[in-house]
Design a protein around this ligand. Structure first.
Ligand code: NAD
Length: 514
């Protein structure tokens, strides 16, 4: 905590585009006391930030991709150099355990490493097949969108902002970023490091304030919107962006299933389930909240799982001792408590946890495991976004797959099985954008070469992989006609020209050329 000084907070707040002296308070989650007062931006500040970013973007678009990447290589080194400060800020603002903060801080490093290697080729102009071999030359160009608006939530303020803004900037765009106010300092610290690494001034602007005011102002002015947050807000953003015909990508909520197949290693499954279900106190879009366990291993798995859950250490400490930290806000604590109370009242059985722990910190809640959960309970199909999981017994894979898919969401799924071909065949039948086998969520999220995102109400578009970069570009097709192809010379009657063309098309098809 002692690395968060008033001088640091003042320096970070200077990075916010805000013209008035209005401020918003943030909370130090472990104590509930005030952490900082951060500037509040107005819609006018957003408009000015977008315009200024637009000017900076024109020069940036002319900087060679290799020179853009060099800045991110320096940023990578700076994040590692200042990692203790990143962890302190993340813990203070989110209440997560230091272990969770450590994993989060590593995420932008993976993104930099991946796009530093892949972006030059992905962004270079590519020769494409022309309409006619030899007679038409076609090239695909990639131009930046312009100003990208990025709006992020409070649960992973460092990882989520940077996973999106790194490819947006490398692709030649400017960015106007709106992090959640409660976790603004963690994001601003990374922004400050990026400027220290040499990012041209003004290219990345940060605004703060209420989502419906400041977020809406971004959606109304940016050339593309990258949004991470709830499905409810995602729908509003998509509708608004649709009115202006600008694109958006939406990384939204989940109600993720975890399947324990009959041939799973129960030791690995129990440890893996604890790790993934209670990461960031379950405030992780990819965390499972529904466990489907094959009846043959149900009793043995549940016994092991509950034993491990009950051993978890909850501590409000700025060190690596805690297995699980706090919820981030009173609102989250109220939602989690309401879901558990509702389930208890309607007949669910609480196998572990089930109560708040104000003796540790104001927003702490125990890791909680429920059974006998039925469709009329809130936690059956609504996202709890907390440390609460329900376990269901299933007769076979067919039932597990059907129940896993019986949700409006399709973000992440996890499978435990000793047979990889068996697990892969189940994975192919799940409606989820990411499926992790013998892991909960980390290997899917960390494998940056493959796109990641949600099916159904969990989102639109993907981050990571080629898609995670190219979504921030406009594709342009430049085609050159080397000899006239579509109009016959004056001396050739059109009927004869058409006949020759048909013969040529037949020949091409036969030769497999076109
Ligand atoms: P939220 O939708 O309330 O807020 C997210 C961001 O959007 C915040 O910065 C907020 O200020 C802003 N916002 C709110 N209303 C807005 C509006 N009308 N226009 C523009 N911006 C607006 O979500 P939250 O509660 O902060 O975050 C939790 C949700 O995010 C959960 O549902 C979780 O599953 C989801 N999430 C998804 C992913 C993913 O990658 N799929 C990652 C993290 C969190």
């Amino acid at each position: 905590m002692n690395t968060i000084t008033d001088a640091l907070v003042a320096r970070l707040c200077d990075r916010v585009s805000a013209s008035t002296s209005d401020t918003l308070s943030t909370v130090e989650v472990f104590t509930g006391g005030t952490l900082a007062k951060v500037p509040r931006s107005s819609p006018q500040d957003v408009a000015e930030a977008v315009e200024a970013a637009r000017v900076a973007q024109r020069a940036w678009a002319n900087v060679a991709v290799a020179d853009r990447i060099a800045i991110f290589e320096r940023f990578h080194a700076l994040v590692l150099e200042h990692s203790e400060q990143v962890l302190d800020l993340l813990q203070a603002e989110t209440g997560k355990s230091r272990r969770d903060a450590f994993l989060e801080a590593a995420s932008p490093l993976v993104t930099v490493g991946y796009y530093a290697r892949k972006a030059p080729k992905l962004l270079a102009s590519q020769r494409r097949e022309g309409m006619m071999p030899l007679l038409v030359k076609t090239t695909e160009l990639r131009a930046p969108k312009g100003v990208v608006g990025i709006i992020t939530p409070w649960n992973y303020p460092f990882a989520l902002a940077f996973t999106d803004l790194i490819p947006a900037l490398i692709a030649g765009n400017a960015v106007v970023l709106k992090p959640d106010t409660q976790t603004a300092l963690s994001t601003l610290f990374g922004v400050d490091l990026l400027y220290q690494a040499g990012l041209p001034q003004g290219l990345l602007r940060v605004v703060l304030g209420d989502g419906p005011v400041v977020g809406t102002a971004i959606v109304d002015t940016a050339d593309y919107v990258g949004f991470t947050g709830s499905t409810r807000t995602g729908r509003e953003i998509a509708a608004r962006a649709g009115q202006r015909l600008v694109g958006c990508s939406l990384e939204l909520g989940g109600k993720n299933p975890l399947l324990i197949l009959a041939d799973a290693s129960l030791a690995k499954a129990a440890t893996g389930a604890v790790q993934t279900c209670f990461s960031n106190s379950g405030q992780l879009c990819m965390s499972p909240e529904r466990l489907f366990v094959h009846t043959a291993v149900y009793d043995a798995f549940v016994a092991r799982f509950i034993e491990e859950v009950k051993r978890m250490n909850l501590t409000a400490a700025y060190d690596f001792s805690a297995d699980m930290g706090s919820l981030t806000s009173r609102r989250q604590l109220e939602t989690v408590s309401a879901h558990v109370e509702d389930a208890r009242e309607k007949g669910a059985t609480v196998l572990a946890g089930g109560r708040a722990r104000p003796d540790i910190g104001p927003f702490f809640y125990e890791p909680t495991v429920l059974t006998d959960v039925t469709p009329e309970m809130l936690c059956y199909d609504s996202e709890t976004f907390g440390p609460v999981v329900s376990i269901y017994r299933v007769a076979d894979d067919v039932e597990a797959i059907a129940r896993a898919n019986a949700t409006m969401y399709g973000l992440n799924a996890s499978i435990f099985s000793k047979s990889i071909p068996h697990a892969e065949s189940v994975a192919a039948q799940l409606n989820a954008g990411t499926v992790n086998i013998n892991d909960g969520h980390v290997v899917g999220f960390g494998s940056a070469d493959a796109p990641m995102g949600g099916m159904k109400d969990s989102g639109l578009g993907r981050r990571n992989g080629a898609e995670g970069l190219l979504k921030y570009t406009e594709a342009q097709n430049v085609s050159v006609q080397k000899v006239p192809l579509t109009t016959p010379p004056r001396w050739l009657p059109y009927g004869l020209f058409a006949k020759n063309m048909r013969a040529l098309l037949r020949l091409f098809r036969k030769a497999g050329i076109r």
